[in-house]
Design a protein around this ligand. Structure first.
Ligand SMILES: [Mg+2]
Length: 227
């Protein structure tokens, strides 16, 4: 059965780091040979490192970036310089403004099928800005941002805020995110079915349904509905 509503995580689910821009800007500023592919190939590893420890999502976002650049070749003793470079870039344009090809079209198809769409994000109040930068904001009815509502995943209350606003029960909704400890654990605690976005296949064998992309998820949902 197709869900009445699908709620999405934002970072590393709908919007991604703009690896090309980051590699060029940080590389030239720090005099290091950073490349887009060099950053991209360490993303899954950095995401896993981020799941360890009890961090807030804000700390987790910073840990993700620092781990990513360290693995890609930024020496540990230049971390402060790296932080300053990233902060300056982020202030100029949101670092998380890149999207996967096909995501916007997939969301539009889901919406045309009558499915309600919203975002539940742990962020700093700028999740909507990142979604707008990626051209996806208009596909959603609203964005719940932990920085605005004061409660963050995996706390089930942040999911309930979105369900209440939609007027949809947890049993009728699906959540889609990329972090097991944050997205899967939190959505389940709120009573939602959940799918883990796992582009690299790093979570195969875990007790959760995975998809490689938002497009794969939507294709599956619409095929199940047609059957
Ligand atoms: Mg995420």
């Amino acid at each position: 059965m197709i869900p009445a509503a699908v709620l999405f995580d934002a970072g590393n689910t709908l919007v991604f780091l703009d690896y090309g821009r980051l590699a060029a800007a940080v590389g030239s500023r720090m005099g290091l040979p950073l490349t887009e592919s060099g950053l991209r190939q360490h993303a899954a590893e950095a995401a896993r490192a981020m799941e360890q420890g009890r961090l807030t999502d804000r700390e987790r976002g910073a840990a993700f970036l620092l781990t990513l650049f360290e693995r890609a070749g930024v020496p540990a003793d230049r971390t402060e310089e790296l932080k300053a470079a990233l902060l300056e870039l982020h202030q100029r344009a949101h670092l998380w403004g890149a999207t996967e090809p096909g995501t916007g079209d997939a969301l539009a198809r889901l919406k045309r099928a009558g499915v309600r769409l919203a975002v539940v994000s742990n962020s700093d109040g700028r999740a909507a800005t990142a979604l707008a930068a990626g051209g996806l904001l208009d596909e959603f009815e609203f964005v719940i941002d932990s920085g605005e509502v004061g409660v963050e995943k995996p706390d089930p209350r942040i999911f309930q805020i979105a369900l209440d606003r939609l007027g949809v029960s947890a049993a009728e909704a699906l959540y889609v995110g990329d972090l097991y400890e944050v997205d899967v654990v939190g959505a389940r605690a709120a009573g939602l079915d959940v799918v883990l976005l796992d582009p690299a296949g790093a979570h195969a064998g875990r007790d959760v349904r995975t998809v490689r992309s938002v497009t794969e998820l939507v294709d599956g949902l619409l095929a199940a509905r047609a059957a």
